[in-house]
Design a protein around this ligand. Structure first.
Ligand SMILES: [Zn+2]
Length: 527
């Protein structure tokens, strides 16, 4: 069997690996690259193979960096099934159309900018294009319906008249809807055929609702070759969902190659037990200052965990009970997905909430905002409150508007609860905010660009590692060492260079045979 690594090699996004044996070609994940805009766009647009040759694919979990390119796959000729858990399939019915919506809006905005620059040039002969104030104002009036809505008809009109080359979205909402027809949800621990000579079994990865560790077994020449794929591995003892699986069925234990994530391969998280006291302190102190807590959060997983944690603190009257807003329509829909899969919850969640007939994510003080108008009103809200909004790495979405209104105010707190990839606004907020804090907040605050304008970062930036959905190096090591898997070789993916290097050294010290593949590289498993 041949394993080719097509994404998330020496980086954390774009997960995609191809298993080939005899006539079977099975894809593990089909994730989107995120980070520097131009570079990601280029990598996302070109598939390294013809999607028509792929037999079936297996999806580890619903996060976009693992699922985001499936609409391209199905649009461009893939005719197989996307095998995943039912919860993952259910979550993708919201995640993929939302991703398409972002792609379409991005393309619309870029087209607007092209047309605007062309019109200024036509009207004024100004090569600087966007520097002519009066003309720009008039042109904006023609091309926009209101403050944020574009007049796409007017824009398309100009593009057609002057033959401006349009920016096409990576995929459309129709492409995303079409992709959803390929999904096939299966329970954990139930073998399913994915090729002529290949079958797979999914086990709970404890990362987010429905996340899976995949075991693929391929039969050739009278023997079985087995590849394991961790997807993203969760933390142990976290609320709501179960721990990563350590106990695999007898038939799935002997792994020839384990493709393993390594996001936090060089770091230890705060213990899970520190999460609640830290959250309590941050909420209390910020509210005492008269400030607001702004939490950029993945819509799926993190948002629900935050709601769960805040609910517990409110229920036990441990913090001032200020209003909580979930300002992300996607997160609101996904919270419903959580409510539809209580069979995936751990015992503590059952004891604390479900047995008393309570929904862990819905309580008195929570409002799920839907409309843009509600969201805009919230941005201007002065009284202390908590906002949970997406995108998680601050690369788009409503969180950008909240940052714009709130990051300059020293009373506010920006609470970082997840991994921020390199070249994202979230990473800059975290690094520059912490640097300013460590320097004693002396001198000018860092200036950060949000939606084309610079703002001073005076709000406090605090991170709680405990909320991470990824295990730290000890937890990943626990998966390798304490599970009942017998692993012959490990290929590390889904980590930035430092994390990969540190983690591969640690595994090698424990006697494991480790490789760190490059993009496009292949490994032969067995003969
Ligand atoms: Zn993930």
């Amino acid at each position: 069997m041949l394993v080719t690594f097509h994404g998330a090699t020496r980086e954390v996004t774009g997960s995609m690996h191809l298993l080939t044996m005899n006539g079977d070609r099975v894809l593990l994940d089909c994730g989107m690259f995120q980070g520097r805009r131009k570079e990601s766009d280029r990598k996302n647009r070109v598939m390294p193979f013809d999607p028509g040759i792929i037999t079936n694919m297996i999806l580890s979990h619903a996060h976009i960096d693992h699922s985001g390119r499936i609409p391209i796959l199905t649009r461009d000729g893939f005719a197989g099934q996307v095998v995943c858990t039912r919860a993952t399939a259910n979550a993708c019915t919201y995640m993929l159309p939302d991703s398409a919506h972002i792609q379409e809006s991005d393309a619309d905005y870029l087209n607007y900018k092209r047309v605007r620059a062309l019109m200024v040039e036509l009207r004024t002969g100004d090569q600087q294009k966007n520097n002519n104030g009066e003309a720009l104002k008039e042109i904006r009036k023609i091309l926009k319906r209101d403050k944020d809505g574009l007049n796409t008809e007017a824009i398309n009109d100009v593009m057609a008249r002057y033959r401006v080359e349009a920016v096409e979205p990576l995929y459309t909402k129709e492409d995303a809807q079409h992709a959803l027809t390929a999904f096939y949800g299966v329970p954990y621990r139930s073998p399913v055929a994915v090729g002529q000579d290949m079958e797979c079994v999914l086990y709970d990865a404890g990362h987010i609702l429905g996340s899976a560790v995949t075991i693929v077994k391929a039969k050739a020449d009278g023997r079985t070759y087995t590849v394991g794929y961790t997807g993203d591995i969760g933390r142990f003892d976290k609320p709501i969902i179960n721990d990563p699986t350590l106990d695999f069925d007898e038939a799935d234990r002997n792994i020839d190659l384990l493709i393993m994530e390594s996001t936090y391969g060089d770091r230890d998280h705060d213990p899970v037990t520190d999460m609640m006291p830290r959250l309590k302190k941050i909420i209390t102190e910020t509210v005492e200052r008269g400030g607001t807590i702004l939490i950029p959060s993945f819509a799926f997983g993190r948002t629900q965990e935050l709601l769960y944690a805040i609910h517990l603190l409110y229920q036990n009257e441990e913090v001032p009970q200020v209003p909580v807003y979930v300002d992300s329509p996607l997160a609101t829909n996904l919270t419903r997905v959580f409510a539809e899969h209580p069979e995936m919850y751990d015992t503590k969640t059952h004891n604390d909430f479900l047995e008393e007939g309570k929904n862990p994510f819905v309580f008195d003080k929570v409002t799920f905002t839907r409309s843009v108008a509600e969201s805009m009103a919230l941005m201007r809200e002065k009284k202390p409150h908590i906002v949970i909004s997406a995108s998680g790495m601050c690369e788009g979405g409503r969180i950008l508007h909240h940052l714009r209104y709130k990051m300059h105010d020293v009373r506010n707190t920006i609470l970082i609860v997840g991994f921020m990839a390199r070249h994202t606004l979230g990473r800059r907020l975290l690094e520059e905010g912490e640097a300013y804090e460590n320097a004693g907040r002396i001198g000018n605050p860092p200036l950060l660009r949000v939606l084309d304008k610079e703002y001073p970062l005076r709000a406090r930036v605090i991170s709680i590692g405990g909320f991470s959905a990824h295990g730290d190096r000890n937890e990943m090591l626990r998966f390798v060492e304490k599970s009942n898997l017998n692993i012959r070789q490990i290929a590390l993916v889904h980590g930035e260079e430092e994390a990969l290097t540190a983690f591969s050294r640690q595994l090698a010290d424990k006697g494991h045979n480790v490789v760190v593949p490059r993009a496009g590289e292949s490994l032969r498993v067995g003969g």
